[in-house]
Design a protein around this ligand. Structure first.
Ligand SMILES: *[C@@H]1O[C@H](CO)[C@@H](O)[C@H](O)[C@H]1NC(C)=O
Ligand SMILES: *[C@@H]1O[C@H](CO)[C@@H](O)[C@H](O)[C@H]1NC(C)=O
Ligand SMILES: *[C@@H]1O[C@H](CO)[C@@H](O)[C@H](O)[C@H]1NC(C)=O
Ligand SMILES: *[C@@H]1O[C@H](CO)[C@@H](O)[C@H](O)[C@H]1NC(C)=O
Length: 362
């Protein structure tokens, strides 16, 4: 009899823990853009939400970038912005001095990143921390598994067994080739260094409980190999520092074996070139996170689905490049380490038209 009560009690605990865990999992979507939504306290109350707020030159990647208009552009303008990006991409792919950084094979790793919507002939290469959950929801709705974006349970978005959004890697080589040659293909990118900061914050600072492997496996491995002072390794409990992370990322050859051990988790920091093979796959559109408010409707229109779905509301200000933040994170990193990091990520800067971060390099 006593055993029955014990069993019942144990079941109760398990249920409670499960409820707790699911709460955390649904919380994750809030952070899909790589920034805290709550961090918007600086906005003036009553400020207009839909109009892009003109960006002060200090906050911009380039003081005079054609990429970031301060007035809302027309659809035709955005088509030409998009065309220029594709031209720049193919020119950068032809640049032989960047070959090592820009050309990769279309491996299973790449095919795993690409999601398929057969009904509307769309391929989407997933690059974390740029609002990808939202795009996946859009495609899940288009594939017909759910009627609207809001009806998709949060825990199903990333469950590709059940959500009706197959990966390209699940198809035969012939099926893959056919889709790569004829479908509408897109990806979203953002400033490469800001992306790394976002990955660092999200995986090693905030370090959610439902992803324990970052703290328990990956961080200690990086610290053991890349922390400068070994006396410091007893402080591993204090967690990964940004300078450890930067040295690891910049060590192209040394990190190869570690990366194999880390498995899929490296998608948060390997280059966009490695994730999506943009020189081998001829993408139709490359969206920029920084201009997502223009890019999202443009992509829907270019893919011919703008009458069927809309992209979920983008929290205002959340996609903007923050140079102050980048400067702050790199202020304690040695020039040598920053240059090595840049050497590793230069391909992404050049392919997607992000200016080299001279304010950090010189
Ligand atoms: C921006 O650049 C264009 C051409 O590159 C130039 O004509 C224009 O004066 C520049 N605007 C500012 C504000 O610097
Ligand atoms: C190729 O890339 C290198 C390194 O970024 C650059 O210096 C060079 O000007 C590029 N060449 C062409 C033809 O664009
Ligand atoms: C490109 O890779 C080859 C072999 O992997 C290497 O020998 C060469 O130095 C690399 N070139 C650059 C510019 O990194
Ligand atoms: C930019 O980043 C800095 C440092 O993290 C932060 O204090 C500031 O609020 C951010 N600015 C915006 C506009 O988000």
């Amino acid at each position: 009899m006593r055993h029955h009560w014990l069993l019942l009690g144990a079941c109760g605990w398990v249920l409670l823990i499960l409820m707790f865990v699911t709460r955390f999992i649904s919380f994750r979507a809030v952070d899909d853009y790589g920034e805290r939504v709550g961090g918007q306290s600086g906005t003036v109350p009553g400020a207009k939400v839909n109009k892009p707020i003109p960006v002060s030159s200090q906050e911009k990647a380039v003081p005079n970038s054609s990429d970031e208009p301060s007035v809302v552009p027309t659809a035709a303008d955005w088509q030409s912005v998009s065309d220029r990006r594709i031209e720049l991409l193919s020119a950068a792919c032809r640049n032989s001095s960047l070959r090592n950084l820009t050309h990769v094979s279309i491996s299973k790793f790449v095919l795993d990143r690409i999601f398929v919507c057969d009904k509307h002939k769309i391929l989407f290469c997933q690059t974390p921390k740029v609002g990808n959950t939202q795009w996946k929801k859009v495609l899940i709705v288009l594939n017909g598994a759910f009627p609207t974006v809001n009806e998709i349970p949060e825990n199903l978005v990333h469950d590709h067994e059940k959500n009706g959004l197959p990966r390209l890697s699940s198809l035969t080589p012939q099926e893959v080739t056919h889709r790569l040659n004829s479908y509408f293909k897109f990806l979203i990118v953002r400033d490469p260094f800001e992306r790394l900061i976002s990955a660092f914050n999200d995986k090693f600072v905030k370090n959610p409980r439902f992803e324990p492997w970052y703290k328990h496996d990956i961080a200690p491995a990086i610290i053991r190999k890349y922390r400068k002072s070994h006396r410091d390794s007893s402080l591993a409990a204090s967690g990964l520092h940004f300078d450890d992370f930067v040295r690891y990322l910049g060590d192209a050859d040394g990190r190869r074996r570690m990366d194999r051990q880390f498995g899929e988790h490296i998608i948060h920091w390997v280059t966009y070139a490695e994730l999506c093979a943009p020189c081998e796959i001829h993408y139709s559109v490359v969206g920029h996170h920084e201009t997502l408010e223009q890019d999202a409707p443009h992509i829907l229109k270019a893919a011919g689905i703008d009458q069927l779905v809309s992209y979920p509301a983008i929290p205002p200000g959340i996609t903007r490049y923050n140079r102050t933040k980048v400067e702050r994170f790199f202020s304690a990193i040695s020039k040598r380490d920053i240059r090595r990091l840049y050497a590793r990520y230069q391909g992404d800067f050049t392919l997607f038209g992000y200016p080299s971060p001279d304010f950090l390099l010189n």
